[in-house]
Write a protein that binds this ligand. Structure first.
Ligand code: FAD
Length: 406
């Protein structure tokens, strides 16, 4: 069975180690993580960080020792020697491997503008970041969120839920421009505005202004080219994430916006696999490869890696999906939006309960739903089936979705 070394004790690495043990692997499993916390759930960090507990462990911390997994926390891997099949950690110790699994995740993209080092400006990726943000927001008079992506909008919703003024600053002409349909962006912009969040689009952050080292305002250029000051004492920068593929690149593994893998999580080195946010992977229903930053993708790839290491049957590819909670909206999204498509709306966006079905000539490409779990399930089934549906019948709310799934 040999030794499996995992680099990264996040969602993908932690899930992989747990599933490998559950599958009866009898060899040695060593997991390196450069954070001090055992593997935990990141989604609550942007959703319930003001109201709920932050520490939601992936498995009980005792689980790893019970399963014989050596969890080496606070220990970063700094080098891979592919010829010798070893990794070296920052304390200089070298470990040999039979299989190496890279699960190094992604890092928040930083805004390189003046004042970004002021006290009060921060990012949100880790439990440590969330602890800092929680304490800052609780003491804040007002909060600015830079970036209208899912994480930014979740943070803004939590801040408003706490009664604190919040402003979302987005560079593009709509929030969620990279990841959602224009329809969903418009619905959510209205939804957040109605709950008191100021949503600024076409607004580029130029600098952070402060006093005695402390943040006082975000300075942006608005759509008309005018400079505007958004007063705040806390700013959360949520402008996307970049793959942490430096280790892989130094080991000359093929990388292209992430470590390139196949649908068995294999890199171009037969002994090295990669999973999670750090990978550029094949995606069901999409030509080529892309990077997915989601829990379902990390879990799917952890299962693929277990199958590859143990020589088990290939994992059936899944239609990608994702969720987000904003106020009382439970959003669930499946499929990938690219190129042109037409949209059928079911339900009532104004009432916060709806499903947007996006199709290309009757073949569904994605579904975006809010507070409509049954529609989401039906949409996923239609996406998985990949057969055309009649848009007219889809738009007819008298016809149950179940009758469209054959
Ligand atoms: P990570 O969980 O980031 O883990 C990678 C780990 O590797 C990190 O701990 C890192 O420190 C460590 N590491 C990196 N390099 C080294 C090294 N050289 N040596 C040792 N350790 C190293 N997804 C959803 O599907 N739904 C959501 O609602 C959702 N909400 C989110 C909210 C927030 C605030 C964030 C940040 C993410 C959210 N995501 C959500 C995305 C989801 O959390 C990620 O897709 C998932 O964590 C990816 O798992 P991963 O293991 O690839 O990366």
């Amino acid at each position: 069975a040999g030794r499996v070394v995992v680099v990264g004790a996040g969602h993908a690495g932690g899930t992989f180690a747990a599933l490998l043990c559950q599958a009866g692997f009898s060899g040695e499993v060593v997991v390196f993580g450069d954070e001090l916390d055992p593997p935990y759930h990141r989604p609550p960090l942007s959703k319930e960080f003001l109201s709920g507990p932050l520490e939601k462990w992936l498995r009980e911390p005792a689980f790893y020792a019970e399963q014989g997994v050596a969890l080496r926390l606070g220990e970063r891997v700094v080098q891979i020697d592919r010829a010798a099949a070893t990794v070296t950690s920052e304390n200089g110790r070298t470990w040999s491997y039979d299989h190496l699994v890279l699960a190094t995740g992604a890092a928040s993209r930083w805004l390189d503008v003046p004042g970004a080092d002021l006290d009060g400006v921060g990012m949100l990726r880790s439990l440590v970041d969330a602890r800092v943000l929680r304490d800052r927001v609780r003491a804040a008079g007002s909060v600015a969120v830079v970036g209208g992506g899912y994480i930014g909008l979740e943070v803004a919703a939590a801040v408003r839920g706490n009664g604190t003024p919040a402003t979302v600053i987005e560079r593009e002409d709509r929030i969620l421009a990279r990841v959602a349909s224009a329809e969903l962006s418009a619905i959510l912009a209205r939804f957040h505005s109605e709950r008191g969040t100021a949503v600024m689009t076409d607004s580029v952050v130029r600098r952070f202004d402060g006093e005695a080292g402390r943040l006082r305002a975000v300075v942006v250029t608005g759509p008309d080219g005018d400079e505007r000051h958004v007063p705040c004492d806390v700013a959360v920068v949520g402008v996307g994430a970049v793959p942490r593929d430096k280790l892989a690149r130094s080991a000359r593994l093929t990388c292209d916006n992430g470590i390139v893998v196949d649908d068995g999580a294999r890199t171009d080195d037969p002994r090295i696999l990669a999973i999670g946010d750090v990978t550029s992977r094949p995606v069901r229903g999409v030509t080529g490869r892309m990077r997915l930053e989601s829990i379902p993708s990390a879990v799917e790839q952890a299962r693929q890696a277990v199958a590859t290491v143990l020589g088990g049957p290939a994992v059936e590819p899944e239609v990608p999906w994702f969720w987000s909670d904003q106020f009382d909206l439970k959003l669930k999204i499946a499929g990938v939006l690219r190129g042109t498509f037409a949209t059928v709306v079911r339900g009532d966006p104004g009432a916060g309960r709806f499903a947007l079905f996006h199709h290309r000539e009757g073949v569904l490409v994605a579904v975006e739903t809010a507070n409509a779990p049954a529609d989401f399930m039906a949409g996923r089934r239609l996406l998985t089936a990949g057969r055309p549906v009649d848009p007219g019948r889809l738009a007819d709310q008298r016809i149950g979705l179940r009758d469209l799934v054959t």
